[in-house]
Design a protein. Structure first.
Lengths: 117, 109
């Protein structure tokens, strides 16, 4: 069964360092998302991406964050200068379609755990 | 921002009991989804409800979408330890899907 894959599964970094989290969405999906979940807290929307551009972003997704689809398969989240509070599980998701971008059924990856020291 | 409130936040029951968890909002959603998340894993979709008043059944799980499409419930009959997990509802916004904080269910054998 097709699945969303994420790498790395766990990354430890020093505060102020740049981090890139990688995702390979399901191949025929058109909409891509990043969510994060701080330990024990809710799943928070970061950004949605469709047709090679950001469709929607939350208040969390500030100038330190960026997303890119560098080729036909990868979808990346970059955090330019990490802060302690960026420590969280980051989930990538993709969906095939929806009435509008963001309304289709989401398929999540296993997540990338980021620890900022 | 469309907020989804889930209740209860925590629920601990014995195997065989029935339970209902709720997802409420003041906003109308075009669709609402329920997910289950286990520790260290990503959420897994259980169901999508689209039509007001819709009821969907998935084995022992019954999902209902409110008539006004602002709220939803999940009822589990004869809960089993394998049902333990975090149950999340998510509502479709303009270009995103926003999650509630979840109900953490523990079913004791």
């Amino acid at each position: 069964e097709p699945e969303v894959t994420q790498t790395p599964s766990h990354q430890v970094t020093q505060m102020g360092q740049e981090v890139i989290l990688r995702c390979v969405p399901i191949s025929n999906h058109l909409y891509f998302y990043w969510y994060r979940q701080i330990l024990g807290q809710k799943v928070e929307f970061l950004v949605s991406f469709y047709n090679n551009e950001i469709s929607e972003k939350s208040e969390i997704f500030d100038d330190q964050f960026s997303v890119e689809r560098p080729d036909g398969s990868n979808f990346t989240l970059k955090i330019r200068s990490t802060k302690l509070e960026d420590s969280a599980m980051y989930f990538c998701a993709s969906s095939e379609w929806g009435e509008a971008p963001g309304t289709g059924e989401l398929f999540f990856g296993e997540g990338s755990r980021l620890t900022v020291l | 921002t469309q907020l989804l409130e889930q209740s209860p936040q925590f629920l601990s029951i014995q195997e065989g009991e029935n339970l209902t968890v709720y997802c409420n909002s003041s906003s109308v959603f075009s669709s609402l989804q329920w997910y289950r998340q286990e520790p260290g894993e990503g959420p897994v979709l259980l169901v999508t409800v689209v039509t007001g008043g819709e009821v969907k059944k998935l084995k022992r799980l019954t999902f209902q979408f409110g008539d006004a499409r602002k709220d939803s419930s999940l009822h589990i009959t004869a809960a089993q330890p394998g049902d333990t997990g975090l149950y999340l509802c998510a509502g479709a916004g303009n270009n995103d899907m926003r999650f509630g904080a979840g109900t953490r269910l523990t079913v004791k054998p």
